[in-house]
Ligand binder design. Sequence first.
Ligand SMILES: [Zn+2]
Length: 607
Amino acid sequence: MKTAVIVCLHGDEKYGLEVTKELPHISFFIGNPRALKENKRFIDSDLNRSFPGNPNGNYEEKRAYELVKELKDFDYVIDLHSSSNDCPVFGIITKPNKDKLEFTKKLGLKRLVIMPEFFSFGKALIDYIKCGISLEVGPHERKENVDEVKKIIENKNKNEDIEIFEVIEIVKKEQENIIIKNFEEIKKGQVIAEGKGKQVAEFDFIPVLVNEKAYEGILCLACKKLYKLSKPNSDMKKEFKVTPYEVKGKIDYNKLAREFGIKQMPKLPPMFNENVLFRRGVVFAHRDFERILDALKNKKKVVLMTGLMPSGKFHLGHMLLAQQFIFYQKLGVKLYIAVADLEAYNTRQVSLEEARKVAIDQYLLNYIALGLKPENCDFYFQSERSQDAKKSNAYYRLASNFSRYATFNEFKAVYGKISPGKMDSSLLQASDMYHAQLPEFENIVPVFIPVGTDQDPHIRIARDMASRFKGYKFIPISATYHIFLPALKGEGKMSSSDPTSYIAMTDSPQEVTEKIKKYAFSGGQATTQEHRKKGGNPDVDVSYQYLKMFFEPDDRKLKKIHNDYKSGKLLTSELKEILIEKINSFLKHHQQEREKARKQIEKFISH
Ligand SMILES: [Zn+2]
């Protein structure tokens, strides 16, 4: 592995010359010798905007051409810089990949900034190196620069976590006095510079290179924090995994809430307490839900947005969500229910006809049977938003416009593997979440989404895009988070792709009995004798959890089951019998309602 270090690519960043004297065993290259001699940033043009160079061009273009040749055989290149502003040490890369992140980690850097093409136009030195990183070490004349760089080059800095930022926009300077600091988070609406007037932030961002002299007219580069690159076996990853595509292991909800930056539910008005999902903490966390509670209290309009993925069978896990939005509909909240048929088509190989059929047979019928009413409910398909062209145009236009406010790396950070289909789905989903606020629909209105925690990345990326949106001031979308209904076998959540993980709304009494007896994870002991002596653990027992979340609304009866099971008085087989009976009597009634519901379908999808 060969590493080269470039110093004085800008001739006025002279500390680099000192570094070369201190580390004789390193391969150094002087970037711009003539500018260094004349103590200037450059002679004809900025060298770091002159790559890959031109043998017949101006001084810097010729020099760039030579440098590319000289550096051809090096695997790693560190390009040293300093600044006129007081940014702390950070690395800069373009086109991130695993090698560059690993290299950053090896150098022990705490902060890494990803530069987009719109800033350096793909003409920086590091664009022409296999694995190149630029280092911003601090102000030009700072004494510590040399020592600090020495430590970095010799890999003496130890650091486990790297904070990664990506430049999303260049903020132009409109007022003289800049009052923000590098890497200190700025909120939308905050004053960032003053003079004859005030300049306020148009969106949330983290500033770097604030008031850098070399960038004339630029106030700073606005970044978004992407994610932390931490050691691969940090607690979170070892114990459980929650992404929009995967829920695994035993989930620590407090840890999850901390990781995602969501809050415990606030104190709720009395009407919420009548619903077991709120009373028993199944809905346990939120983002900006106070705004929704305020609007409800003041009898202002509120929209609840939800979506369904039309694949597989409708099961108890889906009911957990349906019960929430039906509860809100009764409180007077307007519902927007999106059938994600385009997403199913683009990412799950489902035809639009199939998606439509599943959405109606599996989802809509069950929603109606559970009490969904056609009034104050906008049930739509992504592939066919509205018969009203103005509305339809507004919805698809918004999805398209959102693409301007997200970066590829953001998608990668949120989704891991990203494909054009997933990206398109994400943009459309953001429009699902925000289009209610367009003038063609409800106009500016508070909107919220009840979701499982695994859906939070979708909400974060939509909120980020909407916050950067120019020309229209969206209210950030609020959300509530419910715990997952555990899969029958106890680990992870119910999944449509594994029939032994769920109870479907169309299961027969025999199927329910068999599934519970055979698969429902038990918190009991191995033998009856042992169980009587030691008792069971209701907190991990799936049958008890189902009773708690749905089937035993009476708190006193539930408490008795809890205590009897814990003391060993109630056996696992007896607990399972209680649940089987409850589910079967619920499903018997539900399946009758489901048949009646067929007559109502038209009322939901005729608009
Ligand atoms: Zn420089």
